[in-house]
Unconditional design. Structure first.
Length: 283
């Protein structure tokens, strides 16, 4: 079955409108009756199919008593629903809970993750996260605990049926982030996660030298009903790639990482070896 034509903006718009209707204690049918619409018209709105004017969208959001700032944000999304690709500029730093990422993690069927030098977010322990956030020059000190809780919540969105392939560079196993205890706990966590049936952790050996993933970290998400998307997070912005040519480029990178990475058994052995080395050094 061909994938539905959809965009990240459209999916986020629909999810937020559905949430607004539910928060108002309404059903789609009840909202339609208040507005004197056919229920199918509300369905088209929440499914990102368009077919209504921005004024009508505003009326629906008004019925749901959505705040003015959120109305303005959703109307902006509605006006750009057909645009593929999305560069979100966040200002000083990324939001505590990136809404677009969260909405798409809920829908993901597979996740392919790569990081150039650190353990990727979805495999980090809370203590490792804290050290990474402290090292960042843009993370406000009074937000650290809230950001950790938000990132752990994002990890929790990965259901057991989401197939995850996570590529980790060997240097990430050795990079001293936090105390020896923090590093040891992180390595143990990697070994634990590697035993999950839906999780494949593949280590890219340092001995491979130059490799296709050197341009930077990324996360590829695929969906049952929609075309895949690639998320790239920078210090103060998020990029969502949706065009076929961009996705194909990242898939070539993934293919190269797959060819150069250790298999799952070899990767587990290398993680254990690093843990054993760290434990021996601690005495």
């Amino acid at each position: 079955m061909p994938k539905r034509v959809s965009t990240a903006r459209g999916r986020e718009f629909g999810a937020c409108v559905r949430a607004a209707i539910a928060a108002a204690g309404l059903t789609s049918r009840a909202a339609a009756e208040i507005l004197n619409w056919d229920e199918a018209k509300v369905s088209d709105v929440v499914n990102g199919k368009g077919g209504v004017s921005e004024v009508e969208v505003a009326l629906l959001l008004g019925v749901c008593r959505v705040r003015a700032t959120e109305v303005a944000r959703l109307l902006k999304l509605y006006g750009g629903m057909d645009v593929r690709g999305w560069w979100q500029q966040h200002g000083t730093c990324t939001p505590i809970l990136p809404r677009t990422v969260v909405e798409h993690l809920k829908l993901a069927e597979t996740l392919t993750v790569w990081h150039t030098h650190a353990v990727p977010l979805f495999l980090q322990t809370a203590d490792y996260m804290l050290e990474v956030l402290i090292a960042s020059s843009t993370s406000p000190a009074d937000e650290l605990q809230e950001r950790i809780e938000a990132q752990l919540a994002m990890q929790g969105l990965l259901r057991r049926d989401v197939r995850c392939t996570i590529y980790v560079h060997e240097l990430a196993l050795r990079l001293p982030i936090g105390s020896d205890e923090v590093q040891a706990e992180q390595l143990l966590h990697l070994m634990f996660m590697a035993n999950r049936p839906n999780m494949a952790i593949r280590i890219v050996p340092a001995a491979r030298g130059a490799h296709a993933g050197m341009a930077g970290p990324f996360t590829r998400l695929s969906f049952a009903k929609y075309e895949p998307m690639v998320w790239v997070e920078t210090e103060n912005s998020s990029l969502f790639f949706e065009r076929a040519d961009a996705i194909n480029g990242y898939e070539k990178v993934i293919g190269s990482l797959d060819a150069g990475a250790l298999d799952e058994i070899e990767s587990k052995a290398l993680v254990f070896q690093q843990y054993d080395t760290l434990r021996a050094a601690r005495g």
